[in-house]
Design a protein around this ligand. Structure first.
Ligand SMILES: [Fe+2]
Length: 269
């Protein structure tokens, strides 16, 4: 198999991978190159993929072990590790900056999205480098959050979570607001703005304004990447050092469907 080509995007971070067909098994050498590229670039965009759900899932196991996602109703029946992200069935675009599944004790190391149906225009996904996000905070904010933990729950007003989902994964997981990336050793800012229902020592009504203020400080054009989707794109994001959000700017009469796979991660420390 030929080595894929990895080119940095014309953006503050991220890289495009070409010359890779995820239907083909990759050699250990190529798997190593791809994993190193993810650590270096935070987001990888693999173009022009034509994959069944099983081939997609198998291809992504190059980066880690796929884990089940917490919305039972959105899993593909014949390949449950793949979940639909869609602007239908009461699911709304996740427009706030976040990292995925923080209601789990060990949230996923990576989120992977595969474009299946796209609106005529708009519907980009944006990513933020949270190594830089931590650096962007004022010294006061950085020192304030250094030892703080969030407590995380499924959002009570999200209609896409069933009673079964809530029983299985309702939450209570506590995560440090500053975590160390288990592979690079670098510190990052880490929280989910709407799943963080509590912060140590803070009244509950103060949590969301506090997190919104941190996001305002942390996220700037110089540490964000806007991905404009093309059909067949597979985009991998390292959740341990990045946040993401969907731009809801598109015509909601048009369907936008991404297939999502998430990979098992470590307990943040
Ligand atoms: Fe997400």
């Amino acid at each position: 198999m030929i080595q894929p080509i990895i080119n940095p995007l014309k953006a503050p971070f991220g890289a495009e991978v070409t010359g890779l067909d995820l239907n083909q098994a990759v050699t250990p050498d190529i798997a190593d190159t791809l994993n190193k590229a993810l650590l270096e670039h935070i987001v990888l965009v693999i173009r022009d993929q034509d994959l069944s759900a099983h081939a997609y899932c198998k291809g992504m196991s190059v980066f880690g072990e796929p884990m089940l996602q917490h919305r039972l109703a959105f899993r593909l029946p014949d390949c449950p590790e793949v979940s639909r992200i869609i602007n239908r069935e009461k699911m709304r675009p996740a427009a706030n900056w976040h990292t995925d599944h923080t209601n789990h004790e060990a949230p996923p190391k990576a989120t992977i999205l595969y474009a299946r149906k796209l609106p005529t225009k708009g519907g980009d996904t944006c990513f933020a480098d949270m190594y830089a996000g931590l650096e962007n905070l004022t010294p006061e904010s950085r020192s304030q959050i250094q030892t703080l933990y969030t407590t995380n729950h499924m959002e009570p007003d999200n209609p896409t979570y069933s009673a079964t989902d809530r029983d299985a994964h309702g939450g209570g997981a506590r995560h440090p607001m500053v975590r160390r990336h288990p592979e690079t050793g670098r510190k990052v800012l880490y929280f989910h703005v709407s799943k963080a229902s509590g912060i140590d020592g803070m009244p509950s009504e103060a949590v969301r304004p506090f997190l919104d203020d941190l996001l305002n400080q942390a996220i700037r054009p110089e540490n964000t990447l806007r991905h404009h989707w093309q059909l067949g794109d597979v985009v991998i994001c390292d959740n341990r050092c990045a946040m993401h959000c969907a731009d809801p700017d598109y015509d909601q009469a048009e369907e936008r469907l991404l297939w999502r796979v998430i990979l098992k991660g470590d307990r943040p420390v």
